[in-house]
Ligand binder design. Structure first.
Ligand code: MG
Length: 381
């Protein structure tokens, strides 16, 4: 069996899909994308795909080694995301060839269902209490929210109070049985994080995410030391070696993204590394159905898994949503906040190829918003 053809599809709202076809008629799907840089990753997929065409798709680990190391320059979001999507597609094919879901190839299921969370409040949260109640009504048992919009380096008392009040309104709407996770999104300075974390602790958040930017990783241990709240990070880390300093700093939750951090192969290894540090896995996934399916396959085979992000109804999904490119949307139905174990071979989803091809005719040009402080200077989004 040989790989015959690799295609890429730029589809709304902001995704890139890749389709890998073999000469025996197997088709695997992957989602290689950096949000806002989809066309750049598409070029990387095309370059990396040159090596795969004409080769057996099944030696996935050897392909992963060549794709990540064979170009001499390695790592970073663009290359790691391109490899991630191709890796997902190869695992999809491997599952189909062997007639098994990917998690069975990873050692078999360690749980019957996977807990998921959804987003509330958008980029600049305001009326989050109602949104949290709606997600609870829809059956979710956990939500995530941004703590704030743009925030100055040193936040005022009213800005700090507003963050706490916003989270308090969500806690009140959810009750004590459900969970709220808070994303600082790298927009809170280390100084403000040190002020906020102890004040948020009485509200018992599930975790606080990205309390500092990835380039401030040397501050992470001091943030952990001052925080009674579990600290999470990882959506902007791309390899197990990127995670090592964060694990050494004492984070509680690792959040690799299966479409950024080298795919199913590397997510699995990051999970195993995190287990050594008694850290739980909560994969980042604000992306599309292929990314979620790939992430869930790892979740079902990972003992130290905590909770899975999913993007249904997320504020970015404006021209299309999570279920729009699936033939069978039941695979992502959430009962009591959990998704059931997929049983189909490969990634466990059936892509509506006609819908993908039609959507790709229009594509998208999604970009991350550029925020500015009131004085006109650049603000972290
Ligand atoms: Mg985040």
């Amino acid at each position: 069996m040989k790989i015959d053809r690799i295609e890429t599809f730029l589809v709304p709202p902001r995704w890139l899909f890749c389709r890998v076809e073999t000469d025996e008629g197997h088709v695997g799907w992957g989602e290689p994308v950096v949000e806002g840089r989809a066309a750049t990753v598409r070029t990387a997929v095309t370059e990396l795909g040159e090596y795969l065409v004409g080769r057996d798709p099944l030696p996935i680990e050897d392909h992963w080694q060549v794709l990540t190391k064979g170009g001499f320059y390695r790592g970073g979001p663009v290359l790691s995301s391109a490899v991630a999507g191709l890796d997902q597609a190869l695992w999809d094919i491997a599952g189909q060839v062997r007639g098994a879901p990917v998690h069975e190839l990873l050692g078999g299921p360690v749980r019957d269902q996977v807990r998921v969370y959804g987003w509330i409040g958008g980029d600049d949260p305001s009326e989050v209490g109602e949104a949290a109640a709606a997600q609870a009504e829809a059956g979710l048992t956990a939500v995530k929210m941004n703590a704030c919009g743009r925030l100055p380096h040193i936040a005022s008392k009213s800005e700090l109070d507003a963050v706490v009040a916003r989270v308090a309104s969500v806690r009140e709407a959810l009750g004590d049985e459900r969970d709220v996770a808070i994303d600082f999104h790298g927009r809170v300075s280390a100084a403000a994080a040190r002020q906020l974390l102890p004040r948020l602790a009485p509200l018992s958040p599930l975790f606080v995410e990205e309390p500092v930017l990835p380039e401030h990783r040397h501050l992470l241990s001091s943030i952990v030391a001052c925080s009674p709240v579990p600290i999470a990070t990882g959506e902007r880390l791309y390899h197990r070696s990127d995670f090592l300093p964060a694990l050494e700093a004492g984070i509680a939750v690792a959040q690799p993204d299966v479409s950024h951090a080298g795919g199913i192969s590397e997510l699995r290894r990051i999970a195993a590394l995190a287990e050594v540090w008694n850290v739980a896995l909560a994969p980042h996934c604000p992306l599309g159905p292929i990314s979620l399916a790939a992430s869930l396959q790892v979740a079902f085979a990972t003992p130290n898994f905590l909770i899975q992000e999913q993007s249904l109804g997320i504020h970015y999904n404006e021209r299309a949503d999570l279920l729009d490119y699936l033939v069978d949307t039941e695979v992502f139905s959430f009962a009591d906040g959990h998704v059931a174990r997929p049983t189909r071979p490969g990634l466990g989803i059936t892509i509506d190829e006609a819908a993908v091809r039609a959507a790709a005719e229009h594509g998208h040009a999604w970009r991350s918003p550029v925020w500015r402080h009131p004085d006109g200077s650049f603000a972290e989004w």
